[in-house]
Design a protein around this ligand. Structure first.
Ligand code: AHM
Ligand code: MG
Length: 336
């Protein structure tokens, strides 16, 4: 290995960032390292997903006599276990669980975490990228056991957020309010290494990502906006491309790197769209804004939406600043 190549592990990066805040006691740093550890465990299991038919079907016992769990449940259990034992949380909430999980250990921490253990898990059988999403907030009543209400905070209060993408490689992308940084798992050494420092989303992009099969059920503003993308851009003459994986972390990871817009609009039968505020939209909005992009629900910033329930859905428009501004001008014009 060349001596001038800088190898920065995620642990080192987190510790270096912490040094910028002399008053920090290291609790958030420790929490982020726990997330990185959980991500490695989940990644190991995701990598074995294609062998399910060989090692045993979910719900059955495998050759070792162990129950084979569904991957999203397994990812959920890994995160609950790691967080519960960390001593850093007062409560957590997961897409997989109806109510929040109070931390059962004696030490109650100063943070709460919302997470989606494995988003896009319906894609697993087709070997499509899936992801874990997390959002870290301060516990409003430190010292007490956390309840649902403590997890229902608007996104601008997040102190950190991130996602793990299980794609052609495993990456962890996070922000603690000091830019967005991406790390790629080196499977040989089992470490996340800094591969994408200070990710900046382009101000304008030419890829849009939406499930266009719902076109007919969208509002006039969203329909007009999407139709406008089928002609070369008025200012630059460039053509747009459509890319939709149907796995939000994968679609958003591409959007963060290449620019453009990802949309999950409301429709006639789903007035709030499909995606969940607290552990899907809010952490992605935090990351996208940190990278210089924008995220709105069609009226306001996603980060300003006041939560009313743990699993609420929210219309979601996110991506490059200019693309989101253009979309908003259509919504203002056509959707009174
Ligand atoms: P999930 O939380 O049940 O996995 O659903 C969320 C996923 C997102 O990853 C993706 O953006 C969306 O569902 C796709 O939905 P649709 O099939 O309606 O386009
Ligand atoms: Mg999900």
């Amino acid at each position: 290995m060349r001596a001038d190549v800088q190898l920065t592990t995620i642990e080192r990066h987190i510790m270096e960032t912490q040094k910028k805040y002399p008053e920090a006691r290291g609790h958030l740093s420790k929490l982020l390292m726990d997330v990185a550890f959980a991500a490695k465990v989940i990644s190991r299991d995701v990598r074995k997903a294609g062998l399910v038919g060989v090692l045993g079907l979910t719900g059955e016992s495998n050759v070792q006599g162990e129950q084979v769990q569904k991957l999203d449940e397994l990812a959920n259990d890994v995160l609950v276990n790691v967080f519960n034992n960390s001593g850093l949380l007062a409560a957590m909430a997961s897409e997989e669980l109806a109510a929040s999980v109070p931390v059962t250990k004696l030490t109650l921490g100063e943070y709460v975490v919302n997470f989606d253990p494995l988003d896009g898990s319906s894609n697993i059988d087709a070997n499509i990228s899936i992801g874990t999403i997390f959002s870290v907030l301060r516990m409003p009543r430190p010292g007490d056991q956390g309840k649902d209400e403590d997890l229902m905070q608007p996104g601008y209060r997040q102190v950190a957020a991130g996602y793990v993408i299980h794609g052609s490689s495993t990456m962890l992308v996070y922000s603690s309010g000091d830019g967005v940084h991406g790390f790629t798992l080196d499977p040989g050494v089992g470490e996340f290494l800094l591969s994408h420092p200070d990710i900046r989303i382009p101000d304008k992009g030419y890829i849009y990502s939406v499930n266009e099969a719902y076109y007919d059920a969208w509002s006039e503003g969203v329909r007009q906006y999407i139709s406008s993308l089928k002609k070369p851009d008025a200012q630059t003459g460039k053509r747009y491309s459509l890319r939709y994986i149907g796995s939000m972390v994968a679609d958003m990871h591409r959007t963060m790197l290449y620019g453009g817009a990802f949309l999950y609009p409301p429709d006639k039968t789903n007035p709030n769209g499909k995606l969940r505020l607290l552990y899907e939209a809010s952490p992605m909005a935090f990351l996208c804004e940190q990278a210089g992009g924008a995220a709105v629900d069609g009226r306001r910033r996603i980060l300003e939406v006041e939560p009313t329930s743990l699993h609420q859905r929210v219309p979601f428009f996110i991506g490059s600043k200019q693309n989101i501004e253009e979309l908003m001008s259509f919504i203002r014009k056509y959707d009174k």
